[in-house]
Design a protein around this ligand. Structure first.
Ligand code: 5GP
Ligand code: ZN
Length: 117
């Protein structure tokens, strides 16, 4: 946890462009955006995997997801967005603090992952 980039961002030790914050999560701009709008919604509680979640973590994550629905228009995502959580090696998770990618601000084309090596 001491070495976790997202814990440091939450504490303000690493700067970020913050669009929303409440008791449970922050929403920041991804440093390396993959679309016109690319945000990270990061629960303040540190855990890596779905399977690491306690019941109360799951309740809090549910509240975060509901809140994302409320704030999406203010993030420029009123026409829709893609919601992604990468978990583990196959998904190329690179930061081991569970977080949600919110991607949009443009038409998002569907991906066929089978066509990649
Ligand atoms: P993952 O691959 O773990 O699902 O996503 C990690 C995301 O965090 C990547 O999209 C990456 O660009 C983003 N990221 C990594 N380091 C930083 C940082 O210091 N600041 C911000 N804003 N985003 C970061
Ligand atoms: Zn963390």
């Amino acid at each position: 946890m001491e070495d976790c980039i997202f814990c440091k961002i939450i504490k303000g030790e690493i700067p970020s462009k913050r669009f929303y914050e409440d008791d449970l999560m922050i929403v920041i701009e991804d440093i390396s955006p993959k679309a016109v709008k690319h945000y990270l919604a990061i629960p303040k509680k540190h855990y890596k995997l779905f399977s690491d979640m306690s019941d109360s973590d799951a309740e809090e994550l549910g509240a975060c997801i509901k809140k994302i629905g409320d704030i999406a228009p203010s993030l420029g995502l009123e026409n829709g967005f893609r919601f992604i959580i990468n978990q583990g090696d196959d998904a190329e998770q690179t930061v081991f603090h569970l977080h949600m990618h919110l991607i949009g601000g443009q038409k998002l084309y569907s991906c066929d992952y089978r066509n990649h090596d």
